[in-house]
Write a protein of this length. Structure first.
Length: 145
């Protein structure tokens, strides 16, 4: 499988999981209990392990270890976010039933903002010099208009 096709499939899978999470499993707002949170955590971690196994058999040991290392670091760094979310929910008095929906749309907004910063802006096509950025420009050269 070539790289662009892999990334297309991967991104479609991520979008499908997000739609499935909010659209099917969490359609109605409810209080998430500890048992349910643990089961969902195990499910998502199991998908990450399955992906690591796929990477291991497809690309070898080193890329699989790099993925697992990055996953564990990101998982450990995300724990401090829980305290920030707790403070924000308490300050804005977000009900327990709506917390999952608020988190979901916050994640969607963050993903959208990150993606929009990495892709060229639609109006760049209207710019006259190679989009919005003149890639041929080097430090110290003068751009003539």
């Amino acid at each position: 499988m070539n790289q662009p096709l892999f990334w297309i499939i991967f991104n479609l899978f991520v979008v499908a999981m997000l739609v499935l999470d909010l659209g099917v499993f969490h359609r109605s707002g409810h209080v998430v209990k500890v048992r349910e949170a643990m089961l969902w955590s195990v499910a998502w971690i199991a998908m990450a392990v399955a992906f690591a196994v796929l990477v291991f058999f497809w690309h070898g040991r080193t890329p699989a270890l790099e993925f697992v290392t990055g996953y564990v670091i990101e998982l450990s760094l995300s724990v401090d976010n829980l305290f920030v979310f707790l403070l924000i929910f308490r300050f804005f008095k977000v009900s327990s039933e709506q917390q999952h929906r608020v988190l979901f749309w916050g994640i969607i907004g963050a993903l959208w903002n990150q993606r929009s910063l990495r892709l060229p802006h639609p109006f760049c096509a209207l710019a006259k010099k190679d989009g919005c950025w003149n890639r041929r420009r080097t430090v110290g050269t003068k751009i003539s208009s």
